[in-house]
Design a protein around this ligand. Structure first.
Ligand SMILES: [Zn+2]
Length: 209
């Protein structure tokens, strides 16, 4: 995965950071993530998949009700660059309309599955007023269950004020991610960081790649 051109970091000296979670809503793991953030009143961003939302619309509403940001992660999680323009547009807009219908608010942030993106996809996203979001800690490989300590250490090594961090609350066993996030949320907070949504982070000065 290249991450090229996606927003992974904003330029700020303030201790703000954005935790993001891909591939939910997930009935087993999303509620555990919500609990961690609710305990300290922090906010996260969830890049949700349309097919998952269809199964758990109430959970999506609860995530939003707790003040978290809901982002678009397509309808079926395809490699967007392998689709023609019509199918690519449908993947983005089907999820967009579903989220907008359930929450009454259009999502503003998008993460391409597998970070797979090209100029055509960027142009479509721009037309739909989306920011395309990456992450600085892709070495953590949390989706491959590399061990809690690996996820914690690689994330801390990559993170600085203004960073966007990637985790997964959907697909497969996410128990390592939950434990790593529990530690990271506690440690970053103790270090004086404020955990904010991606849209909030993007308001901090200009972003760079
Ligand atoms: Zn994904």
């Amino acid at each position: 995965m290249s991450n090229a051109g996606l927003i992974a970091q904003v330029s700020t000296k303030q201790k703000v950071i954005a935790f993001t979670f891909d591939d939910g809503p997930n009935a087993a793991y999303t509620p555990q993530i919500l609990d961690i953030f609710q305990q300290i009143g922090a906010k996260a961003t969830f890049f949700t998949i349309g097919e998952q939302i269809e199964q758990h619309p109430d959970l999506l509403q609860e995530m939003f009700r707790q003040g978290h940001e809901i982002g678009n992660h397509t309808y079926t999680h395809p490699h967007l660059t392998e689709l023609d323009e019509v199918d690519c547009r449908n993947e983005i807009l089907r999820a967009d309309k579903l989220i907008t219908t359930i929450l009454g608010l259009k999502p503003q942030v998008f993460r391409p599955p597998y970070f797979d993106i090209n100029q055509e996809v960027y142009r479509l996203l721009s037309t739909e007023h989306y920011s395309a979001i990456g992450a600085v800690n892709t070495d953590s490989l949390d989706w491959e269950q590399p061990g809690v300590q690996h996820i914690v250490d690689t994330t801390k090594a990559a993170a600085q004020p203004g960073s966007i961090l990637l985790f997964h609350d959907g697909y497969g066993d996410r128990s390592q991610t939950v434990e790593a996030v529990r530690q990271l949320v506690s440690d970053f907070t103790a270090d004086g960081y404020k955990l904010v949504t991606v849209s909030k982070l993007l308001q901090h000065t200009s972003h760079y790649k």
